[in-house]
Ligand binder design. Structure first.
Ligand code: PHE
Length: 343
């Protein structure tokens, strides 16, 4: 009789040692110990062979076995059930309607820049790029603005402390120098990009804004070419019928001019934009100074050229009738969304 007690004690220890790790293992555990053909049931059946004086002890042992197995089973069952409910809650509901993908839009500055670039590429200009962290030579000296030239004061910028002579470019004009240093005419390029200025000095601009530069160098390029090219641009870009070239000064062009387009004063908006004159300033331009050609290794006796540069932000404001330039930098989606249809 001793061994049936021993066997039961063994099974009790076994149950305590079992660790079903998931619902399937728990079910095997249940069948093995608690099932109708399980171990506990067969141990119970041994009761009839137990002498009467020990039946009570054996019965108590059977109860412990059953309780132990049931308690373990019930506790684990609860754990596995709540786990699978959690997983079901996280599972993807394939019948749910999809999340809409909002269509992005280009920034109005990018749209305006693309329009300018597109007009000039149609005239045979190709797009080139230059570094935003520029050296002093390309930004100033090659462009005929040596150190101590008063024109530098108007284009104060941010200097790289650890790299003397390196600065954030103040205009896209250094791209002119970079292109001319690297190839001979004919040159017909357009260079859009970001530029920087110390805004406490250049009150008209932000610390960071955008420009598009143009350069045309070949044999026999004249002021008439400049004028016709820019008139065509003004017509295509703004539908302007007339341009006006006012004498101006840039160190790297001679002669230099500011180009205005004719908007007229017939609408209140045009009167306001042009401050009652009908004319709106668009860009700076001029014939490339022979000294700049020579600085960049181009024979100024053989070649001549014209260049122009314009800010993008102000044109974007005009094109889209945006009242406040700060809207262009705040990146408020409610504002930007309105340009979703623009290219
Ligand atoms: N770089 C000048 C500026 O930033 C614009 C310009 C470009 C003028 C090319 C003439 C020729 O104001």
């Amino acid at each position: 009789m001793a061994d049936i007690f021993e066997k039961a004690e063994q099974v009790l220890a076994e149950i305590a040692a079992q660790t079903p790790a998931n619902a399937a293992e728990l079910e095997s555990f249940r069948i093995q110990y608690l099932g109708t053909k399980g171990l506990i049931k067969s141990l119970m059946e041994e009761m009839r062979n137990v002498p009467n004086e020990r039946k009570r002890d054996y019965g108590q042992l059977m109860n412990r076995l059953k309780q132990e197995a049931e308690a373990k089973h019930d506790a684990l069952k609860e754990v596995f059930e709540s786990q699978s409910q959690g997983a079901a809650a996280q599972a993807i509901d394939l019948t749910a309607p999809g999340e809409p993908f909002p269509l992005g839009s280009r920034h109005p500055v990018a749209v305006t820049m693309n329009r300018i670039v597109e007009i000039f590429t149609r005239m045979g200009f190709s797009v080139v790029d230059g570094p935003e962290i520029e050296d002093d030579w390309h930004n100033f000296t090659a462009m005929n603005t040596p150190e101590d030239h008063p024109a530098r004061d108007m284009q104060d910028t941010f200097y790289v402390v650890d790299a003397p002579g390196m600065l954030l470019r103040t205009h896209t004009s250094p791209v002119q120098a970079r292109v001319m240093e690297n190839r001979q005419p004919p040159i017909r390029i357009i260079a859009p990009g970001r530029v920087y200025r110390n805004e406490t000095i250049s009150t008209r601009s932000h610390a960071q804004f955008h420009q598009v530069e143009g350069l045309y160098v070949d044999e026999g390029v004249s002021f008439a070419d400049l004028k016709q090219t820019l008139l065509y641009f003004a017509q295509e870009m703004f539908g302007a019928t007339k341009i006006r070239l006012r004498p101006s000064f840039f160190p790297f062009t001679e002669p230099s001019a500011e180009m205005d387009i004719w908007l007229g004063t017939d609408t209140e908006k045009n009167a306001r934009l042009t401050k009652g004159t009908g004319w709106l300033e668009i860009l700076g331009c001029g014939m490339v100074d022979p000294q700049v050609l020579e600085n960049c290794g181009i024979d100024s006796k053989k070649y001549s050229g014209f260049a122009f540069g314009m800010g993008i932000e102000r044109q974007a404001l005009r094109l889209y009738e945006i009242g406040d330039i700060r809207l262009l930098f705040e990146n408020d989606v409610r504002f930007l969304r309105q340009f979703a249809a623009a290219m």
